[in-house]
Design a protein around this ligand. Structure first.
Ligand code: AMP
Ligand code: MG
Length: 346
């Protein structure tokens, strides 16, 4: 899914391999699955168990990738076909939690996180394996889709059946699927008796427990340029996810067109480079990072409050950094000189 997501993974490896030299019981595995690089780090488990857990997670994530894929033949694609002709569809068990969480989070974000805009994402060319190349779509086609206002409120979920009152609705879970997948992977680890771990899907991660007698330390990628911008030490069980305009984009005549679409205008959001959110679960952090990206410098605090998210860092189009007071206490900048950061109460 995200072509440039590997840098933070690399950082994590660097941080941790320094420790591995002291022969601490760290198991690490990188998998190419879920459309990205997934890094599994497990501390303090017997090696055979860690290996078994990581291969199980690899299988789980591949299955989710197949179930939730928005354009390869998948249960989601078949469900979207039914929605587009006004038919009702049985929601496969693997997709139901995504639908339920997405309805709630979309409402709480006032539709900034809106997984019903699959048609717009396809029109922009981000629903395909290769990145699109310009020119951007015809403005009339964008307007035609946008004015149909597809939204999660158009869906009627009755037991396990779903239909849409608006044929323009096409579901694309790209903004929440990684988070939800990481949550399920952590559940799996716990079922297997593992208490200290990180699952990192292309820089979107959830950490549980600790790295021995100290916290896990996570690198946040510099959104412009190489390397790490900042680090965060995790506390117990928490998720850290970033939405960025550098993850999937193309340039045409000097202008960047990226994959996070404002459902109101139908165009890629301008004025934001990245949003990082820390929250308890990765699905919420994932949907929230996308929602706050769309909400932009003017409205992100209001939407964060509605989503119940308190730890946020937003980098605006000029590279200015704004953090909430709760995030200010967590984040340590790793660049010299340390950037000027504004603390904005929610
Ligand atoms: P993320 O990287 O989590 O911000 O998710 C971006 C992905 O979510 C895109 O590649 C699209 O598939 C999808 N998407 C784009 N814009 C939105 C939006 N406003 N609401 C929900 N999903 C979106
Ligand atoms: Mg997201």
């Amino acid at each position: 899914m995200h072509k440039f997501g590997g840098h933070i993974v690399i950082m994590l490896v660097l941080l941790l391999s320094a420790c591995a030299k002291r022969e601490e019981p760290l198991y690490q595995q990188q998998l190419l699955t879920f459309g990205t690089i997934v890094e599994i780090s497990i501390w303090g488990a017997e090696k055979g168990l860690a290996q078994q857990a990581s291969s199980q997670i690899g299988e789980d994530l591949q299955q989710m990738h197949n179930d939730w894929h928005a354009w390869h033949d998948s249960p989601l694609v078949r469900m979207n076909q039914a929605l587009s002709v006004g038919a009702s569809a049985t929601v496969p068990a693997s997709i139901l939690p995504l639908v339920q969480k997405s309805i709630a989070l979309s409402r709480a974000s006032e539709g900034m996180f809106n997984p019903a805009i699959g048609r717009l994402i396809k029109l922009w060319g981000f629903e395909q394996d290769d990145l699109p190349s310009g020119p951007p779509p015809d403005p009339a086609a964008i307007a035609a889709l946008t004015k149909q206002h597809p939204g999660m409120d158009d869906l009627i979920l009755d037991g396990g059946r779903l239909r849409s009152t608006n044929p323009a609705v096409q579901l694309d879970f790209g903004a929440i699927a990684k988070g939800h997948g990481v949550d399920l992977a952590i559940t799996r680890l716990r079922e297997l008796g593992i208490q200290n771990a990180i699952i990192n899907a292309g820089g979107n991660l959830r950490a549980i427990g600790k790295h021995g007698d100290r916290p896990w330390r996570i690198g946040i990628r510099n959104p412009r340029g190489e390397g790490v911008l900042a680090s965060i030490e995790t506390r117990g069980d928490e998720s850290i996810l970033t939405s960025g305009d550098y993850e999937r984009f193309y340039e045409y005549q000097g202008k960047r067109y990226h994959h996070i679409i404002d459902p109101r205008s139908g165009y890629p959001v301008t004025g934001v480079i990245s949003v990082t959110v820390i929250a308890d679960d990765a699905a919420t952090a994932d949907a929230a990072s996308t929602a706050l990206f769309v909400a932009g410098p003017q409205r992100w605090r209001e939407i964060a409050k509605k989503l119940g998210v308190t730890q946020v860092m937003l980098i605006d189009g000029q590279g200015r950094m704004v953090v909430t007071p709760a995030m200010a206490k967590r984040v340590r900048f790793e660049v010299d000189p340390s950037p000027k950061v504004t603390v904005a109460p929610l």
